[in-house]
Ligand binder design. Structure first.
Ligand code: BTN
Length: 329
């Protein structure tokens, strides 16, 4: 039996490895090696079969490693976290933490996974990242305040992700309300926040983040909107995946502490700096109707402010979708 994780780890540095060495290592036939290589390819890993030289991966991949993530975290974040779990494959890191919360264990913990068999996006969409080509993780965070006090939380999460990426040298990042993270108008990361618990008492948030690192050739087929990845942006060297995981986690934990202390109101100025919709004409569907207006920022609870011909309308996160009109995106 070939463990796909072990096979990928052998190929991860990008050096070619002959098929017969792999067959010997795993004590299987070369045909069995080929089959597992095909499996890695189907999962999105860019494995190339060179004529005579064996198999190699097109761009080196650093596999996620719990100890490496923990070691790269600032001490205060490490001390706050009850656990950092790293999986090879689960259905969805959000679903995993929601199950845990439903089981009654609600503590601050992170869940990373190399593969999601049922990754979820907003509004019931499927979310897919190729093996090694992205970062998918979720954080479970308890709050005492009640769910009604969590308005704007997902926008604050977007700001935390931008803070982490800016620290690593990436620029021109923006947020398309409510929380698509973009670079030059193309989607770089998605955020899915799911809440549970009491409206006015103890509650929890599961915050899921999917970030494009190096999507490769299959991305156009899998993604139905303009996308980009960190490798393609080129502002900064491609960060090591475990370091990136730790920086994202640390900024997220800090931002959630800030949110708990001072609510979304303390993020409004930062949001304005990254607001990719401001000044654009947006179309807001409400039920079977829709209206158009100019996006003029967000209020202290994260609601989108839209100025129509005769009034200003507040659009609550999660209730509607907002699209830039043709020609104004
Ligand atoms: C979106 O833009 O639609 C949100 C995408 C969120 C994807 C992440 S990947 C980690 C976490 N687990 C999931 O199933 N979804 C989120």
């Amino acid at each position: 039996m070939i463990d796909p994780r072990e096979l990928l780890a052998i190929l991860a540095d990008g050096q070619p490895v002959p098929g017969n060495s792999l067959a010997t290592h795993f004590a299987v036939t070369r045909a069995a090696v080929w089959k597992q290589i095909e499996n890695l390819r189907a999962l999105g890993a860019p494995v190339i079969a060179g004529s005579g030289s064996g198999y190699r991966i097109a761009a080196p991949i650093e596999l996620l490693d719990r100890d490496a993530i923990l070691a790269a975290l600032p001490q205060h974040s490490r001390e706050q976290l009850q656990a950092v779990d790293v999986h090879w494959q689960i259905d969805s890191s959000n679903s995993e933490l929601l199950r845990r919360a439903q089981g009654g264990t609600i503590d601050l913990r992170a869940c990373f996974t190399e593969l999601q068999s049922a990754g979820r996006g907003r509004r019931g969409r499927h979310w897919h990242l190729p093996l090694g080509g992205g970062l998918a993780f979720s954080l479970l965070r308890p709050f005492d305040s009640g769910m009604t006090a969590l308005a704007g939380l997902s926008l604050a999460v977007g700001i935390a992700v931008i803070r982490a990426l800016e620290e690593l040298g990436f620029r021109e990042l923006g947020l398309k309300w409510p929380n698509d993270l973009q670079h030059a108008g193309r989607k770089l990361a998605g955020i899915l926040v799911e809440l549970g618990g009491d409206a006015l008492g103890p509650c929890h948030a599961v915050i899921g983040i999917g970030l494009n690192l190096r999507l490769g050739a299959h991305a156009d087929v899998e993604i139905d909107q303009d996308w980009c990845d960190l490798a393609g942006i080129g502002d900064a060297p491609m960060p090591n995946r475990n370091l990136l995981a730790a920086r994202l986690l640390a900024h997220l934990i800090n931002a959630l502490d800030q949110f708990e202390r001072s609510s979304f109101a303390s993020f409004v100025d930062d949001y304005a700096r990254y607001d990719a919709l401001r000044g654009k004409t947006v179309r807001v569907p409400i039920g079977s109707e829709a209206f158009s207006g100019e996006a003029i920022g967000v209020n202290h609870t994260g609601a989108l402010r839209v100025r129509t011909a005769d009034r200003e309308i507040l659009v609550d996160s999660g209730e509607v979708s907002v699209r830039a009109m043709a020609g104004s995106a």
